[in-house]
Structures are given as C-alpha cells and as structure tokens.
Write a protein that binds this ligand. Sequence first.
Ligand code: LLP
Length: 444
Amino acid sequence: MTNQNNQEQTTPLTALQHDSFGYLNGELFVEGLSLAEIADKVPTPFYCYSAASIRNAYTLLSDRLEPTGASICFAVKASSNISVLRLLSELGSGMDIVSGGELERALAAGVSPSKIVFSGVGKTRAEIARALKAGIQQINVESCAELEVIRDVARNTGCRASVVFRVNPDVDAQTHAKISTGKKGDKFGIAIEDIPDIYAKAAEATGLDVAGLAVHIGSQLLDLSPYRAAYHRLATLVEALRSKGLSVPRLDLGGGLGIDYHLGVGPDVGEYSIIIQETVGHLGCELTVEPGRWLVGPAGMLVTEVLYLKETGDRVTAIVDAAMNDLMRPALYGAIHPVLPIKSCDDHAPYAYNIVGPVCETSDAFGSYCNLPKLHSGDRIAFACAGAYGASMASSYNSRDLVAEVLVDGDRFRLIRRRQTIDDLLALEKPTPMEHAFLRSRDC
Ligand code: LLP
C-alpha cells in the first residue's frame, strides 16, 4: 500500500508470496495446477484463489491466537464469494459483515448467525431488523443515533439486540489515509471520551444486551505498534467502566493486519498475539478479531492476457484485458500488485513496462514494472496478492462484465463464480411488468 503508481515494482520473479504458488518447468502453478491450464479453460481476466493458502493462513493465525482465546470473524468485505466464506466457516471462522448483502452471503455460506458480528456506520432499519431476526451475535454500534434505531427496531420486532460499542480511540494506524479509521474526526466509532455515558445509559435500556466494546483502527497495518496503543486505551476504558459497576464481557479487536505486497509476508502474527495478551489479556474478556486481507490477500491472483504493446515515451506500454473495474486497488490507492508471468520465457533480460487496462481513464493503470521478461501479445500474466479487495471491489464500469472466480484445491479447480454476461447486466435495465404499467399510466 505504501507503493504508489509512480514507483517501480521491483519484486524478483522468484519471490513468490506463498508456497501454494510456484514455478515448475517454467510454468506458474497454483497448488497442483498450472495456471496456463486453467486459463485455457476459463477466459481471462479471472480471479484464481488457492484453498490451501487460505487454510494455511487461517490455521497459522488461529494457532498463534490460541493463547489469547480470541475467535476469528473473517471480514467478508475482503473476499465475499460464498465458496470462500464456506471454506473459512468450515475451518471455524465467524464473519464480520457490514451490510445486509454480506449477511445474506454469510448465511448462504452456512455460517451460524451466532458467529456473525455486524459493523458499519450506516446500517439501515431493514438491515438491523433482518440481523436481529436472524439472531446474529452482536451489532457493533457506531453512534448514539444508531443505538436509538436499534432499540426501536428491537422493540418493534420483539427481538433483543446484543450490542457492543465501537470506540474511536484516536490512534493513528500509520497506514494509507483512505483506510485509516481510528483517528479523532474519522467517521468511524464513538469518541472514546463519550463511551462511558452512552454505555451506562444503554446498560439500563430495555431490549438491549450491552456486551462490550469494539475497535478497528484501519487496514493494511505493517507496523503493529498502533494496535498496542489502541488496545491499551481500550483496556483503560474497560477498567473505567467496570469501576462504575458496568459489565464488559466482550471485546472485538477489529482487523487490519497487513500483508507485504512485495513478498506476501505480513507482520508477525505471533507478535500480534503477544500484543493482545499484554494489553487486554488480563481483563478476562471474550475476544474476537476481524482479519480480512491477511487471510485471503496472498491466496489470490488476477489472471490477465496481454492484448497489445505500444511505445509510450521511454517505455513500452502493455495493454492487458483486465482493468481498474476488475482490480480497483492500483487506481484507488496507488497500490502495486506484483506481476508474474504464467509461463517464463527464455529471454531473462529484465524489461520495463507500464501495464494498463482498456478502460477509458488514465487512472486505469496497474503501474510501472521494471523487471519483467519480454512480453508479447497473447501472453498471460498474473497480478499477485489480489485475493483481498479484488473481486469484492470490482464493478462493471465501461459495461465490462464482472469476471469469473476460480478456486483451486489440490489438483482440481472449481468455477466459484461464473463470469457475468452483458445479458445479466441488461436484464436489470429492462422494464419489469410493473414499470410497464407505470410508464403506460404516465402516457395517458
Ligand atoms: N473490521 C472492520 C470494521 C473493517 O472496517 C475492516 C476493513 C476489517 C475489519 C478488515 O480489515 P483487514 O483485516 O482486511 O485490513 N479496500 C481497502 C481496504 C478497506 C478496509 C476496510 N475495512 C484495500 O483494498 O486496501
């Protein structure tokens, strides 16, 4: 994330981010399958995920967190395909959702409602009602106004609402400005100094079970020290609430663990676990963490084909068939995803390319790469570390179809989302019978 588009990407081709990916006889493999073989069957661009990579990451994180007793709720926004959610759920993960749509995805994936936490600053009445009726574990409340609506919806639906308050601890996560969420003035959470008052009032309200506190200071944290600062403030707050006789049984510690987009190795999760133990471990709270990117980011690639090459200034521009609508991170954050050729070629001299997509915007650029092999029209390459916030942030801008998603498991792969078609898109815009009637009545 610290990379900007105007910086060169210098990852050596051999520095693969995960042992689920690797070259064999010059071909890029995902587990037991050659990506070229998959790309012969699935038209580019498409996302390809490794099930083993996700399993390994989940197992490592849960092992490291074991001494804390923390449970994991995967942040669905990072990768919302229901097959990915099912895979994580079968490993024991709960889910952190931020919309009614994500709730339906989690339920469709077979996740138990009792393992779902609902975050987000703008939950609607309908979303809250659906979540309460489904019986989710907790709603993470982000404002007093939202709390009022939750109380009202709980009353109207006859459900009890289990709530935790998201604290804005005023801690700088030292990450990209667009994904920093825990500083005073950010739209997220309730200012730490306002929590005691709102917490005490809510604890007395009918229809609410006040279960604790939550914090999430940002995403793509590579330095863990902001966690220490935030969790320390949280612990002080818990002690202050308890000294007033209030019960604080649960803490949701948020997500944010970063990955290294050069090598795919993020911060040491063992160290993260120690920070949790040292800051909030003594409180005896039930703990949850909400990682997204760390679990699935290194597990995915966006596979694309080189359409054309052309000279632009001092460099050759490679125009590929993937674009900013498929992988928005470079255009939105200046992020650089390492490029890996699907087949290595004999010419090992490093070549420099600007890689761009077909969308009609200058921002549709994946970045400048200086150490690639010679590219030709028809070559297929993969943008690595694209398993998080790739497909889940895609759009159909320029009326481009949402691309397919493929999950490799061992020596087999499954199409876990078919590619959208233009008919799918147009169908949404064709008048329904009701609209026909409405249009006719306006004609008269
Ligand atoms: N919990 C909450 C309340 C969140 O808002 C987020 C992410 C997470 C957990 C998971 O964060 P993670 O572990 O994945 O860092 N589109 C951006 C990232 C946006 C993150 C938004 N919130 C990107 O592509 O870098």
